[in-house]
Design a protein. Structure first.
Length: 124
């Protein structure tokens, strides 16, 4: 009849848990690497958001840039001779002092320039 032959090479016997253990190690390492990469990406995104927030706050706190005047303001006018009536000259003097005060408040005149122009107007 038919006889059975013995195999020439002996089969390698592996324990049943070895492939599962290898898969768990490889899968666990890949999971840890992916989690670490996601964590570092999230940290970087948080840092960029914090930087953007700080820049927005700094821009909101800064006053808007003032446009530089094209030409320096005209020098204050010399006082006009007081009129004999007295009232017309007083109104002109008041208007000029008011104008000088407005220029000083806007920052176009320094305090020294304002004091000198006021002294000229008052004739002191």
């Amino acid at each position: 009849m038919f006889m059975r032959r013995r195999p020439l090479v002996r089969p390698v016997v592996r324990p049943a848990g070895a492939p599962l253990l290898r898969g768990a190690l490889v899968g666990g390492a890949a999971y840890a690497a992916g989690r670490s990469a996601a964590r570092s990406a999230r940290r970087e995104q948080d840092q960029e958001q914090a930087i953007a927030d700080l820049q927005y706050q700094q821009q909101a706190q800064q006053p808007p840039p003032q446009a530089a005047p094209a030409a320096p303001p005209p020098p204050p006018q010399a006082p006009a001779a007081p009129s004999p009536g007295g009232q017309a000259g007083a109104e002109g003097l008041t208007e000029q002092l008011t104008r000088l005060g407005a220029l000083a408040k806007e920052g176009l005149l320094t305090p020294e320039e304002f004091a000198a122009a006021k002294a000229r107007l008052l004739g002191v």
